[in-house]
Design a protein around this ligand. Structure first.
Ligand SMILES: [Zn+2]
Length: 105
C-alpha cells in the first residue's frame, strides 16, 4: 500500500497507464524539482472525489496543476471551469478513463 491506501498492484498498473496527466495530457515527471515549475509533477487522483473508491476506474494520476485546480470539485463541474476552458480541456480531450467516468455521471 502507498500513502493513499492504494494496493501495490493497482499502483503499478496505474503508473504504467497514466504517464500523461489524465486531464490535460501533459507528460508528467515523478520527482518534485528543486527549482523551476512544479506543475508537471505527477499526483494521485480520485476521479470521483471519494477516497473509498479504490479501483482502476477511479484511481488515476494527474499533474499538480490539474489536481490543485480540481480540488474537491465534482468532475462534471470542474470540466466546465475556466481552468479547463483556458487549457482546452473538455470531455473530448481527457483520457479514456476520465471519459468513462463522465459518461457515468
Ligand atoms: Zn494536468
Amino acid at each position: 500500500m502507498n500513502n493513499w491506501g492504494i494496493p501495490d498492484w493497482l499502483e503499478k498498473e496505474v503508473r504504467e497507464r497514466d504517464k500523461a496527466c489524465v486531464y490535460c495530457g501533459i507528460l508528467m515527471i515523478e520527482k518534485m524539482p528543486q527549482r523551476g515549475p512544479r506543475n508537471a509533477v505527477a499526483t494521485w487522483e480520485h476521479i470521483i472525489n471519494d477516497a473509498s473508491i479504490i479501483s482502476r476506474e477511479n484511481i488515476a494520476r494527474c499533474c499538480v496543476a490539474c489536481n490543485s485546480s480540481k480540488g474537491t470539485k465534482k468532475l462534471s463541474d470542474w470540466i466546465r471551469s475556466s481552468y479547463c476552458k483556458k487549457r482546452g480541456i473538455n470531455r473530448d480531450t481527457v483520457a479514456q478513463i476520465v471519459k468513462e467516468a463522465l459518461r457515468l455521471l
